[in-house]
Design a protein around this ligand. Sequence first.
Ligand SMILES: Cc1cc2nc3c(=O)[nH]c(=O)nc-3n(C[C@H](O)[C@H](O)[C@H](O)COP(=O)(O)OP(=O)(O)OC[C@H]3O[C@@H](n4cnc5c(N)ncnc54)[C@H](O)[C@@H]3O)c2cc1C
Length: 404
Amino acid sequence: MFDVIVVGGGPVGACVGALLAGGTGRVAGLSVALLEPRPPGVLPGDARPDLRVVALSRASERLLKRAGAWGQMPSERLSAYERMRIWHESIAPTDAGVLVFDAADVGEPNLGYIAEGRALQTALLAAFAEAGGHIETAPFSALAIGEKEVQVSTPQGALTARLVIGADGAQSALRAAAGLAVDIRAYGQTAIVANVATTRPHESTAWQRFMRDGTLAFLPLADGSSSIVWSADDARAAGLVSLSDTAFAAELDRASDLALGTTRLLSQRLSFPLMRVAAQRYVAQRVALIGDAAHVVHPLAGQGVNLGLLDAAALAQEVNAAVAAREDPGALRVLRAYERWRKSEVAAMAISIDTFDRLLAHGAGPLARLMQRGLSWVNASQELRRFFIRRALGLSGELPEAAR
Ligand SMILES: Cc1cc2nc3c(=O)[nH]c(=O)nc-3n(C[C@H](O)[C@H](O)[C@H](O)COP(=O)(O)OP(=O)(O)OC[C@H]3O[C@@H](n4cnc5c(N)ncnc54)[C@H](O)[C@@H]3O)c2cc1C
């Protein structure tokens, strides 16, 4: 019997596993099994950058250090970004109204890191294994919740534990098996991701342009290229995906207003239909959901992984506190404390992201112009800029101890 079984070894599941198996000053590491049917292979050093990248906040960086994963990320797959430039299509990328967040304004070396998705997941799984965690290369298939334990089945056999954590992503099978209801709403938008070369240097800056039909971000990569995330209404995105490479690059140049000069595609294009997913409850007796299994938000603020890693740390903190107090870590009372903490933080973030999407990314009229004026006001006030930079660093809200 294990203390905990984690279903799903994406970045969030691997992180909670590493934090629980590694223990804290007061609590020895727990025995943790993790189910992941498709663990990623290690990328050769000279492989092109991964198409999926994530923006990691300072809070996430601290958590990854605590989990023992930060030092395992190859430096060529991590790129520090020092600035963000955010503007609406109603002004030029060089206009004084462009909102600029600069790490130097708050005396920080950078605002965070752009990390390749596969390198992040591999580093966290390695940290989990080093902390003594046990990995089963198998999918979850069935759940039986008992009075004192929970049984998790895979096609290879069954495992038991006192708590099962669902970290198996937006389509979570564990969430369905536990009978946890979920609200799902399509945004009617699709995100296109690709790697591009630009004729102007990215200047270690994350660039984001809001347009009447979507949002376009350029995230700086360590090799000088950029990863684009272009969220557009479904029909427009389908048209963009079907274009030839050169015709797509020409559309990209129009959409970026040449902020980084002209572009050239370096990779294929991947597209993701965008959904808002919100589990009505994050917990049940002996079951807790974290990461995309509990909530999926619009990628425009680059917060998906950051929110999930904070879930992982908050849950690990509550579970460790319960174990230190000789309580049952699968008890609903313990899990509810995690749910109360994280559900409200995630809801607040999801509301502000959706407001940006509705007003700035899709507004063409007076409201969008008002929002652009708002960006200029923020830009003009050092106090307001500092406030938002702290939010971008992920250092606001009630942080788990491991992220402080
Ligand atoms: C276009 C796009 C851009 C994004 N950009 C950013 C960004 O810049 N910053 C950011 O923070 N976030 C970003 N995100 C969001 C981010 O990718 C997700 O929030 C993140 O991957 C969630 O991690 P997770 O570990 O919860 O789930 P996942 O990464 O989905 O991992 C789930 C894991 O569970 C496994 N699994 C599935 N089914 C089973 C099963 N039955 N049994 C066992 N295991 C199973 C899967 O193999 C997988 O490894 C973006 C998302 C999109 C779509």
